[in-house]
Design a protein around this ligand. Sequence first.
Ligand code: NAD
Length: 480
Amino acid sequence: MSTPITVAYGDGIGPEIMEATLKILMEGGAKLDIETIQIGEELYKMGFSSGFDKDAWNSINRTKVLLKAPITTPQGGGYKSLNVTLRKSLGLYANVRPCRSYHPFVETDHPKMDLVVVRENEEDLYAGIEYRLSANTYESLKLITKQGSEKICRYAFEYAVKNGRKKVSCFVKDNIMKMADGAFHNAFKEVAKEYPQIETDSHIIDIACARLATRPEMFDVIVTENLYGDIISDIAAEISGSVGLAGSSNIGDKAAMFEAIHGSAPDIAGKGIANPSGILLGAIQMLTHIGQPEAATAIHNALLKTIEDGVHTGDIYKEGISKKHVGTEEFTKAVVENMGEKPQKFSAVEYKPAAKKAATENKLTTLSTVKPEIRGIDVFIGWGEDTESLAAKISGIKTANLTLGILDFRGLKVWPKGEGTPDVEKGEIFRARFRSPKAIEAAETIELLGKLSEAGIAIAQTATTYMYGEEKGYSLAQGE
Ligand code: NAD
């Protein structure tokens, strides 16, 4: 029985490496019923700002499995990243990126490196919610939910258990983003309690990157937010030997997408020299996902044998280590010829039929149901002059319960003035925090906004401030 899948040949080196991959899949005994779709550059040029059309969607929704070569994302402009849209529209919440070294056959400073990055795939700054608050001020919203954080952390622990991994490390920046990254970190700690057999640790993302780049062997499974995961998986792949060596899967409850972690490499497109290993490893993950572990095993072992034979594309070729410098086609031929063979130096892989989904996998334990109370409103105000003139203009504006508490500029309190408060001469965007000593109705915040507006204040953005029981639903300004 063949499994229907959707295939996108992508842009740049995409068609070359996809053709190579499909050839290897067929020779390796994969049973696939392939539907091809056109997405990416061609579609952008035809005026589809999302990079895909209805036919592509219909196919993906029918097969629920997409094998996708890299897509060129136009920078800036009105284009949305097709990759991000696909991941979010299909609910592909987990991005799994294994990165290992192929020492001594591929040059690397990290011979013992063998880690997996599990990246949250739908939230964070990739929500792509951005505003221009004033002529010169821009904002990107970072959205983190308890649900999303718990789901990805649970996925990472389940992955560790199913794949014989020993440790899960959490990378966050909750010393600065105490609420958003704090929520992710808390979800990690809560979920970890359910997996006592798995060792855990947590790292602040900056030092974590330094450790990853110099001592990657200290990591096993890493779970992290979307942006951090994007960055660290490229670092991990590159230091393992080449960014062209890593594949990735994007897993959701209803669909899945498999790809290389690298991009469309326009600098080498059409030259026949690209390494197809990344997308091939993505395709191997796909085979295990659709229940074809035998083909996955045969193909992965043939790939390992080819690499240890020293048959290398230019990105990993090194005089004295490699035996033969090949292009994409010759590399593909070598993998096909090695089908049925096992690597001699690397450990051979053996995939098993996927275990049934554990009942715990969709459990949510960290959700809060506490009822919020409105305790104020933050008003972002466009103001081209100094702090004192703004304070003079709005400090008298109030309602029965709301009065101006502080003004801040880029998160730093600038009014009322105290020891060390800096002078801001031309702020452009100030935040005015109006506070109430007790819970109020939303109507009162709207009354305040009306008064500000009547006074000629330019309101760029507002945020209601809540208390969740004893907990503040907002961060304090620096110096508040
Ligand atoms: P890139 O990953 O395409 O290339 C970075 C470098 O690595 C280049 O020098 C390239 O030649 C090399 N390289 C990449 N893959 C290789 C391979 N298989 N074999 C040999 N060398 C390889 O990154 P970029 O240049 O920053 O991005 C190019 C385009 O790809 C951009 O439009 C970007 O938005 C897009 N992109 C797409 C995806 C995706 O579709 N999932 C991911 C990342 C980037």
